[in-house]
Design a protein around this ligand. Structure first.
Ligand code: GAP
Length: 456
C-alpha cells in the first residue's frame, strides 16, 4: 500500500476507535459542552476501569513481583529549584515558529524543510517567525501573591519526585543497592501539537520506575531492564509484531541520558514511542546534590564505600498505554452466526486481566424467573470479577454490545438453567458457547483467565 493510502487507512481506523471510545464510555473530550479543551481528555466508566487495570498490571509487575522495588506517590507541585536542578528550566524546550498571518504555531522540526528555510507557512503561505525555544512546563503561582517568589511548575515527569525522595526511601525502608522506586502519577506538558486522540496530551499519566545501581554495573542493568520491559508486553498477550525497539540518536537524546531506547508501537498513524528506557547515569543525583547542598551519596554498609548511584529508568505513558491497548484490541470481523454473511461485528479483544468488564450475565428472557436467577448469579460472581448485567433487547444484540465493550465472557441464563442449574458460557473471541454448571462458574472463569491465549 502507498504511504498516502496507509495514512488514509490509519486515520480512518483512529476515527473509528475515537468514536467507539466515546460511544461506549471509554474516553470523552474534556469540557465538551464548551467546545472542548485541547490536549485534555476525560475517562468514562469503561475507560477508568481499563486505565486502572493497566496501572494495576504495571504496579504488580514492578512492586509485587520484584522484592527490590518499592512504591512512592510524590506530589505534583514541587520546589521550583527541583526543575532548575533537573535541567528542565533550561533544556525542556521545543523549537517553535509562528505564522505572522494566520497565527498558527508549528514545531519547527515537524514542518517540511523547504517551508522552514523559505519561512513560509505550510497552511497559508504567510511569513514565519524565526525559530525560538519554547519551554514545555506549565507555570503557576503558589501563595496569595503573584510574584516570582511564588513561581511553581506542574511537574513534566514523575521521575524527579523519586530522585528527591531516594534517601528517605533508603532510610525508612532499609533499601540496599541495587533497588528501585516505582510511581504512577499525572504529568503536564504544554504540548503544541496535540493530535491523534490521547496519544500526546497536555495532561497525562506516567508509570515510571527508577532503578538505583552501582556505577559500572549500569550497562548490565540497563540491558536487563530492556529485557524485562519487553517480556512484560509479551505477557499481556498483545500483537508482538506491532512492537519494536528504536535507539535514540545523539541529537535527539534527552539532556540527562547516557543511552536511550524506545519501545515503539505500530499505532494506526504509524510507529510511535510507547515507553522509554534510559540510562540517566548519575546526572540527576549529582545535580540535586549541587543545587540542594545535601550529600546524596549512598553508603554501602558492608564495604563502607560511598558513591552516587547511577539510575536506569523505565518510563511508560499510562494514558498512551490505554491508547495502545485500545488500538491493539480493536477488530472488525465478518461473522455468519445468524446465517447472514453480511453480519459484521466490532470486537475489542482485550486480555481478560485488562478488560473493563470480565463477565456479563444475561437472562434470555426477563420473565419466568430467568432475570431473578441471572441476578443471583451476578451477585455471586461480582465478589470475584468485574461484572455487568443486561436484560434488554435480543440476545444477539446484547452479545454484540459486550463484544464492543471487550467483555471476554458472557453467561446466559435460559430455561434449561431452571431445570438443571447449567448456564451458557459464551467466549468473546471465538463466539463459542459451552454449558457449565453454575456452581462451577467461578473456578471455570478463573482458569479461562489464567490460560487465556489470544487467537488473532
Ligand atoms: N522521565 C522520563 C520521561 O519523562 P519521556 O520520553 O519524555 O521521558 C516518557 O516520557 C513517556 O511518557 C513516553 O514514552 C510517553 O509514553 C509518555 N508521554 C510523554 N509525553 C506525553 C504526552 N504529552 N502525552 C501522553 N504521554 C506522554
Amino acid at each position: 500500500m502507498s504511504d498516502s493510502a496507509n495514512e488514509y487507512k490509519g486515520k480512518a481506523t483512529m476515527e473509528k476507535i475515537t468514536s467507539l471510545a466515546k460511544r461506549r464510555g471509554f474516553v470523552f473530550q474534556s469540557s465538551e459542552i464548551y467546545g472542548g479543551q485541547n490536549g485534555a481528555w476525560d475517562y468514562g466508566p469503561l475507560g477508568i476501569e481499563l486505565k486502572n487495570r493497566i496501572a494495576q498490571s504495571w504496579w504488580k509487575e514492578m512492586t509485587q513481583l520484584n522484592e527490590d522495588i518499592v512504591g512512592l506517590d510524590a506530589s505534583i507541585l514541587m520546589h521550583s529549584r527541583v526543575w532548575e536542578a533537573s535541567g528542565h528550566v533550561e533544556n525542556f524546550t521545543d523549537p517553535l515558529v509562528d505564522c505572522k498571518k494566520c497565527k498558527s504555531r508549528f514545531r519547527a522540526d515537524q514542518i517540511p524543510e523547504e517551508a522552514l528555510s523559505a519561512k513560509k507557512c505550510p497552511d497559508c503561505e504567510g511569513e514565519l517567525t524565526d525559530t525560538r525555544k519554547f519551554n514545555l512546563m506549565f507555570k503557576t503561582n503558589i501563595g496569595p501573591v503573584e510574584d516570582s517568589a511564588g513561581l511553581i511548575y506542574l511537574r513534566p515527569e514523575t521521575a524527579q519526585g523519586i530522585f528527591v525522595n531516594y534517601k528517605n526511601v533508603i532510610q525508612s525502608n532499609r533499601m540496599k543497592i541495587p533497588f528501585g522506586i516505582a510511581q504512577i502519577g499525572k504529568a503536564f506538558r504544554n504540548e503544541i501539537v496535540t493530535k491523534n486522540f490521547i496519544f500526546r496530551t497536555c495532561e497525562f499519566e506516567q508509570m515510571e520506575m527508577q532503578f538505583f545501581v552501582k556505577p559500572g554495573t549500569d550497562e548490565e542493568w540497563y540491558n536487563e531492564w530492556k529485557k524485562r520491559r519487553w517480556a512484560y508486553y509479551e505477557r499481556l498477550g498483545l500483537k508482538l509484531d506491532h512492537f519494536r525497539w528504536r535507539q535514540h540518536g545523539p541529537d535527539e537524546m534527552s539532556h540527562y541520558a547516557k543511552d536511550a531506547w524506545d519501545i515503539e508501537y505500530l499505532f494506526p498513524m504509524g510507529w510511535r514511542e510507547l515507553e522509554g528506557i534510559h540510562n540517566r547515569s548519575d546526572y540527576d543525583l549529582s545535580r540535586h546534590t549541587e543545587y540542594s547542598g545535601k550529600d546524596l551519596q549512598y553508603i554501602d554498609q558492608e564495604s563502607n564505600e560511598r558513591y552516587l548511584p547511577f539510575i536506569v529508568e523505565t518510563s511508560a505513558g499510562l494514558t498512551r498505554n490505554v491508547l495502545m491497548v485500545l488500538c491493539d484490541a480493536y477488530d472488525e470481523e465478518q461473522v455468519a452466526d445468524k446465517g447472514n454473511d453480511d453480519d459484521w461485528r466490532t470486537v475489542m479483544r482485550f486480555h481478560p486481566t485488562l478488560a473493563p468488564v470480565t463477565v456479563a450475565v444475561l437472562p434470555l428472557m426477563k420473565k419466568d424467573g430467568l432475570a431473578e436467577m441471572a441476578q443471583d448469579i451476578r451477585r455471586e460472581l461480582k465478589e470475584d470479577f468485574a461484572t455487568d448485567y443486561d436484560q434488554s433487547g435480543a440476545i444477539g444484540r446484547r452479545y454484540r454490545r459486550q463484544d464492543e465493550a471487550g467483555t471476554p465472557f458472557c453467561v446466559t441464563v435460559d430455561y434449561e438453567s431452571k431445570d438443571d442449574g447449567t448456564v451458557t458460557l459464551r467466549f468473546r473471541d471465538s463466539m463459542e458457547q459451552v454449558r457449565v454448571n453454575k456452581a462451577e462458574l467461578t473456578e471455570r472463569l478463573r482458569r479461562e483467565i489464567k490460560e487465556y491465549k489470544r487467537a488473532k
